[in-house]
Design a protein around this ligand. Structure first.
Ligand code: T5A
Length: 212
């Protein structure tokens, strides 16, 4: 049996992360990996879900300043990692997370301009060496991703930011993903069928390389 793994799906709004999570879960099942926990960030514990609501809410008389936003993302993440992700991995359960700390680097670092060294400090302080075994980055242009997100629901606080913000966020995602050997990049501008085929192909390739 392969040791349980921590798989992270990343990308802009409308990149298709929900579809990718389901696709990977099904693929693992077909390959006899049935114990899989799906989580999302921020969220997936009662406290982290409350933080998620807070981050997404539009306040008329108060703005979330970028440092508060970053710290809230980290508060939700630490809660989830310690309460659910680490215990699951310890018990042989695979974990698929819709977003993780690369989102903070891309959105709060790339998009909002918080110096990356601050985010790396948070990572090292609170996550230590806890890094994903695999990251699947779904690369979508902000124009396409936001149009998909808008078709589904009215845009929330973060989704309502400018195209420039999302371009900077994407640039950061791409820079980091290209440098990381544990990241698979998928062109998410294509139709769902093609994206799913590409994820399946690359995931199978990765799975076959995992040592027993
Ligand atoms: N955030 C999060 C930070 O700023 N910093 C952080 O550290 C963290 C963890 C989370 C928000 O918080 C921010 C980022 C986010 O703004 P969220 O609701 O989880 O909020 O936001 P998203 O993760 O972006 O959720 P989305 O649902 O918008 O994105 P998905 O999951 O990538 O998109 P999905 O799969 O739901 O698809 C959206 C729509 O597009 C269609 C789907 O059918 C669906 O209708 N679609 C496609 N259509 C055509 N072709 C394709 N290839 C398609 N793929 C999907």
């Amino acid at each position: 049996m392969i040791k349980s793994k921590f798989i992270v799906i990343e990308g802009l709004e409308g990149a298709g992360k929900t579809n990718a999570c389901i696709c990977i879960k099904n693929l693992l099942k077909k390959n006899s990996i049935k114990n899989v926990l799906l989580v999302r960030q921020p969220g997936s514990t009662p406290i982290a879900e409350d933080i998620r609501r807070l981050i997404k809410k539009k306040f008329n008389d108060d703005n979330l300043i970028k440092e508060t936003e970053l710290l809230l993302m980290y508060a939700a993440r630490i809660q989830l990692v310690e309460k659910k992700i680490k215990p699951a991995l310890k018990n042989g359960i695979w974990v698929i997370s819709d977003r993780h700390d690369l989102s903070s680097l891309a959105y709060q670092g790339g998009g909002l301009g918080i110096p990356k060294k601050i985010i790396y400090q948070l990572q090292s302080l609170f996550l230590n060496n806890f890094i994903p075994d695999l990251t699947v980055y779904l690369d979508v242009s902000p124009e396409i991703g936001l149009a998909r997100a808008l078709k589904r629901n009215p845009l929330d606080l973060i989704e309502s930011r400018s195209l420039f913000f999302f371009k900077k966020t994407r640039r950061c995602y791409l820079e980091k993903s290209k440098l990381d050997k544990k990241t698979i990049i998928i062109n998410a501008n294509l139709n769902i069928k093609k994206v799913t085929q590409n994820i399946t192909k690359k995931m199978l390739n990765w799975l076959n390389k995992q040592v027993i």
